[in-house]
Structures are given as structure tokens and as C-alpha cells.
Design a protein around this ligand. Structure first.
Ligand SMILES: Cc1ncc(COP(=O)(O)O)c(C=O)c1O
Length: 406
């Protein structure tokens, strides 16, 4: 039966190419997703028709650019079910957003000796800003361990909490294993102990509906480029409390009501946290990418990618030489595996010869690799444009690769 995913690939110009004489099979959307025509066109339309700086211009072009920029904020807020669009701050992406929160909290909320809870899954971007704070302020990072099946040990999690715990910062989806965090459990425990929590949505927002009213975190972060949008753009969602209270980590033009050499009165709302000229076209194109996803429907995207993950996981498990990490029926778009006695780089390099783009290495999760006692993995990650026939081709070429390497 035909469905809306059958021809979606045609909307992505980059996919219409041969790599090493084979049609490109792009299995690296977890690193960055490809962009449909409408997102690419949106960027060029902005520079052709509306390019101007935003917020302070009275001339027509500046008003046009400002309207498009602020309309993007509204539609992105609606996508995440956020009523007050001022709670959406545009940043350069997930890493930038987490650094803003870490540096801001270090100024008021976090005191020497305090503790922050992270999980074993975390990407380096959700470890290093907290580690830096801990090193500079004699703070402590506590880590939610893994169970045998590589899911998070939520029972141990609650035992990590003490009166010094000031934040829980956790990913919604592991970028290496694809496993999904039980955020309802995290939220219940965070609320019970009155501890703010940050959700790293870099790998969830591309694959599933994220309702920020329901999740109600203190902070939520994600990157446009993993959601079919451009690089260099992303967001930081703040609860109403932190929208007012998060201390500034960077400041400058655009954030103020009045400035004298003696003192500054800052603007209210999102502008207080958006110094300087932002990536205007990037934000507008981010909203276009989200419209693209919304038109397909996030539940349909999740179902499509879950089917791909299950199909690929089952096919991989049939190969006796392959170890699949974090095996589960509920994964968001990502599978990590290794071929016994082979280095992931060798497997990835040989797959590339057949035009198959996979990622190899530690995936910016070295602590998780240490916990699994491995150097790295081969990671395949899917987007709306991937198909079961690509998986069949990949499995065929993986078998060939295994034969060549053994
Ligand atoms: C879970 C997770 N967090 C953070 C990041 C960092 O995202 P960015 O490089 O877009 O800032 C990534 C990127 O792969 C990720 O997967």
C-alpha cells in the first residue's frame, strides 16, 4: 500500500546522487539530517527577498525580516505546545544552549559543593559544561548507571539524590543506543525532590512529538540541523521561572531597554537572552523544517522510523558476527553495533565503498563506551527518507564486508 514516505526522498536533492558509483544510502541522520528543497529554498528566499537586520528597523525590509523571525518563534512554540513563545530562545544549537544554562546557573543557583545528576548516556555536550563548572566550583557530578539491558537504572537514580542536588540534566534519547529515557519517571522524582531538570532533546525532537507543557521541564534544548533544518540554529526552552531568573552568560546589543555607562536595564522575555545579530535565515528555515515535519505528522515519523529500526535490528541480529547494543523494541531512529573482532572504522570505510554513509567511533559518548567496555561502534541512524530496501542493501553489503574482513 502506498504511503506518504514512498516519495519523500525526492524532496531531498542531496540524496539524488551516486557515491562511489552506488546510489547514496544516508544512514547518518543522527549526526545531521539532510534538508528538503523547501528548507534550502527558504534560506535563499530570505536572502533574495527579505534580508535585513531584525528588531530595531523601521524600514519595510527590516519589518519583513522581523515578522518572519518572530513568526518562526511562534510556530516553533506551537510545535512544542508552548503557549508563551517568549520561552523559546534561539541559540546556535544544543551545545550552545546547554552552555548558556550551565554558565547562567553557575552564577546564582549552583554553589560550591553542589551536585548535578547526569546519565551514562550523555553526549559530551551535556557533560563538559557541567564538568567545567564542577572543576571550577568543587562541584560533583553523579551518574545514573545502566542496567544489564543498557536501559537506565531509575532505582539507583533516586538514591543519588541528596540535599546538595541542584539539577538533573538528561538526554531524552541516547544518540548512541537510540534508547528512550523514561522522562515521566525522571520528572516525578525531580518534582518530588524539587530539583530543576534539563532535557537534551537533540535526538528526540527529530523523531517524536515533544510536548513541553506535558513534560514541563525547566530547560529543553535541541538543534535545527538534526530536524531537517540548517546548521548553526537551535533553541533553548526555559520555564517561566528561568525565563526571568536565568543569569546572563553572554550579553550585548538587542537585549536591553536602556543602557548608560553606569547601568543597564534589560529587556524582558526572549530578547534578554538573545544578544547580537542571530542566524536570522537559520531561524526562519528552522521553522520551515518543523512545518515540514508537522505536515508529515510526528506520530507517523515515529512509526516509520521505529519500523525501520526494528527491521534493521532484526536483520542485524540474524548475523552471528554482529553485536547490537541496547537491544529494544522501542528505539528512536538509531542502532549501534559492532562486528566481532573488527574495528568499527574498517567496517564504516568498507560500507562507504558501496555508498552507505554510517558513523563510526565513540559518537561523543566516551563515558558510555567505557561503561560498555568498547572503543566505539558502527552507528546507523534513520530519517524520514530511509527505506527498508536501503536496509536490505546495507545488510547485503555488510555481509560482504564481514567476509572481506575475516
Ligand atoms: C544527544 C545529543 N546531545 C547534544 C548534541 C550536540 O548537538 P549540536 O552539535 O547540534 O550542538 C548531540 C549531537 O549529536 C546529541 O546527539
Amino acid at each position: 500500500m502506498a504511503n506518504q514516505f514512498d516519495h519523500i526522498r525526492d524532496q531531498f536533492p542531496i540524496l539524488n546522487q551516486q557515491v562511489n558509483k552506488y546510489p547514496l544510502v544516508y544512514f547518518d541522520s543522527g549526526a545531521t539530517a539532510q534538508k528538503p528543497f523547501r528548507v534550502i529554498d527558504c534560506i535563499s528566499d530570505f536572502y533574495k527577498n527579505a534580508n535585513s537586520n531584525i528588531h530595531r528597523g523601521v524600514h519595510t525590509l527590516s519589518r519583513k525580516a522581523t515578522e518572519q523571525f518572530e513568526a518562526a518563534r511562534k510556530s516553533i512554540a506551537t510545535h512544542f505546545n508552548v503557549t508563551n513563545d517568549q520561552q523559546i530562545i534561539f541559540t546556535a544549537g544544543t551545545t550552545d544552549s546547554i552552555n548558556m544554562v550551565a554558565q547562567g546557573l553557575a552564577k546564582s543557583h549552583l554553589k560550591p559543593g553542589d551536585e548535578i545528576i547526569l546519565s551514562t548516556y550523555e553526549h559530551h555536550s551535556n557533560i563538559l559544561p557541567w564538568q567545567l563548572w564542577a572543576q571550577e566550583h568543587k562541584g560533583k557530578l553523579k551518574i545514573i548507571p545502566l542496567l544489564e539491558d543498557q536501559s537506565l537504572d531509575y532505582t539507583s537514580f533516586e538514591n543519588l539524590i541528596t540535599s546538595k542536588t541542584k539539577l538533573i540534566a538528561i538526554t531524552q534519547v541516547s544518540n548512541t543506543l537510540g534508547l528512550i529515557t523514561d522522562l515521566e519517571k525522571i520528572k516525578a522524582i525531580a518534582l518530588k525532590h524539587n530539583i530543576p531538570f534539563l532535557i537534551d532533546g537533540a535526538q528526540s525532537a527529530p523523531h517524536m512529538a515533544v510536548d513541553l507543557q506535558q513534560l514541563d521541564p525547566d530547560f529543553f534544548v535541541c538543534s535545527a540541523h538534526k530536524m531537517y533544518g540548517p546548521t548553526g540554529s537551535g533553541l533553548l526552552y526555559l520555564s517561566e521561572r528561568w525565563l526571568k531568573e536565568l543569569p546572563l552568560s553572554k550579553t550585548g546589543g538587542g537585549t536591553i531597554k536602556t543602557v548608560s555607562f553606569e547601568k543597564t536595564e534589560y529587556a524582558e522575555g526572549a530578547l534578554r537572552l538573545e544578544p547580537g545579530t542571530p542566524d536570522i535565515s537559520g531561524v526562519i528555515a528552522f521553522a520551515e523544517a518543523i512545518r515540514f515535519m508537522d505536515e508529515i505528522g510526528l506520530d507517523s515519523i515515529y512509526k516509520h522510523e521505529e519500523e525501520l529500526v526494528l527491521y534493521a535490528q532484526e536483520s542485524l541480529l540474524k548475523l552471528s558476527e554482529v553485536t547490537v547494543y541496547g537491544q529494544s523494541k522501542h528505539k528512536a531512529g538509531v542502532i549501534s553495533f559492532n562486528v566481532k573482532n573488527q574495528h568499527p572504522f574498517d567496517v564504516g570505510t568498507l560500507l562507504d565503498k558501496y555508498g552507505i554513509a554510517v558513523r563510526t567511533g565513540h559518537h561523543c559518548t566516551q563515558p558510555l563506551m567505557q561503561c560498555l567496555n568498547i572503543q566505539g561502534t558502527v552507528r546507523i541512524s534513520f530519517g524520514v527518507y530511509n527505506t527498508k530496501s536501503e536496509i536490505d542493501f546495507f545488510i547485503e553489503k555488510l555481509q560482504k564486508t564481514i567476509r572481506m574482513l575475516s
